[in-house]
Design a protein around this ligand. Sequence first.
Ligand code: SF4
Length: 258
Amino acid sequence: MSYIRAVRPDTPRFDPLELARKTEELVCRWSDGHCLRKYTDFYVVGVYQGIATGYVVGCNLRCVFCWSDYSRDYPELYGEYYSPEDVVRMLRSLCRDENVERARISGGEPTLCQDHLLQVLELVEKTPEIKTFLLETNGILIGSDEAYARKLSQFRKLVVRVSIKASTETKFERITGAQGKFLELQFRAIRNLLKHGVETYVAAMTDPRLMTPEERRLLFEKIAEIDPALAQVLEEERVDPYETTIHRLTLAELDLEF
Ligand code: SF4
């Protein structure tokens, strides 16, 4: 498979598990028993009342509304490798210096390079400055591998936010560029996480410019089927007009009229 960049309407639908493996080859590497991953930056942002954020490179979806920078599409060109120790040291310093207690990895898909993430989480558990670690994920890899959810369940500071992209396979293809059948893995991720007792909540892209009322109703139904309490607190996302977002929407031939 050639590497998938931003998708156009005629881009062949891809397998996001295969794209995950391909991306991992570009953004992860081993050194002295540590799994390193590429990051472009570390900073504190105002969301969640302030959260130290490691901006990671690489994702296994190609959402048309994605705000991540161009490292998502050209991971080989961006970022530098950081060990789990480096990452937690950076996050800890940010928490201490800017008086925040939360940390996360954002910008790409943090569940790629599983060993890196698990090593980061192990270190976070021993870092008093970080009280909560938020894992924002599309869930595809956790849905495809229940053992991943079981491994995550050992971390007491972890909260997982699964971001659902669509409620039908057709819309999932249009929004993410991936084959529709893989939508199911997003929902299975929630099930796997709950089964293993991981604190989890759900967000979804319900922007009415991308999701019809009927699709939104179906989404809430599917989440409620898993756990009615999750549907009640579902976080609804909207598309923001970042430069990268507009570029990707244009390539996908979607005009959202900001
Ligand atoms: S929105 Fe999230 S899941 Fe979608 S392409 Fe961007 S980083 Fe990946």
